[in-house]
Write a protein that binds this ligand. Sequence first.
Ligand SMILES: CC(C)(COP(=O)(O)OP(=O)(O)OC[C@H]1O[C@@H](n2cnc3c(N)ncnc32)[C@H](O)[C@@H]1OP(=O)(O)O)[C@@H](O)C(=O)NCCC(=O)NCCS
Length: 118
Amino acid sequence: MKYILNNLITFKKTVNFKEIALCKIMTYNNICTINHLFVDKKYRNLNYGSELLKIVENHCIHNNIELINVTVHEDSLSNTRFFYFKNGYLINYKIDSKIHLTNCDDEYTLINMYKKLI
Ligand SMILES: CC(C)(COP(=O)(O)OP(=O)(O)OC[C@H]1O[C@@H](n2cnc3c(N)ncnc32)[C@H](O)[C@@H]1OP(=O)(O)O)[C@@H](O)C(=O)NCCC(=O)NCCS
């Protein structure tokens, strides 16, 4: 199988010449993975995250990328999976992680979500 790791791209959204959001993606064998999607706190819930995601999705469609996926933390305070649900993403799988360090134990759930584009 031919592995292609390319197109490490950052998309940015500006308002009044100020950068207020960014999305970093990478593509691999016609699959896009969102590494980061971040909106400046002062500009959240104004649809800028969804707008930037749409720009990324259109870029992928034009480059014959079939699927986008993203992994989010299941978090009781900031449930970003609902942001992705609202943008048409479905749950692919969940991973329950347990961390054991000398002075620190933690547990969290990662959720991988996807959207088929083509
Ligand atoms: C997640 C994030 C990118 C959303 O950006 P945003 O511009 O605030 O989102 P939008 O305004 O486009 O929201 C669209 C919908 O998703 C909902 N939504 C957005 N963030 C949400 C969250 N954290 N939890 C639950 N719902 C959320 C909004 O309420 C809105 O719903 P509505 O259409 O019913 O009003 C932004 O909150 C952020 O940068 N968070 C910190 C980084 C992060 O967690 N990134 C995601 C992991 S890659």
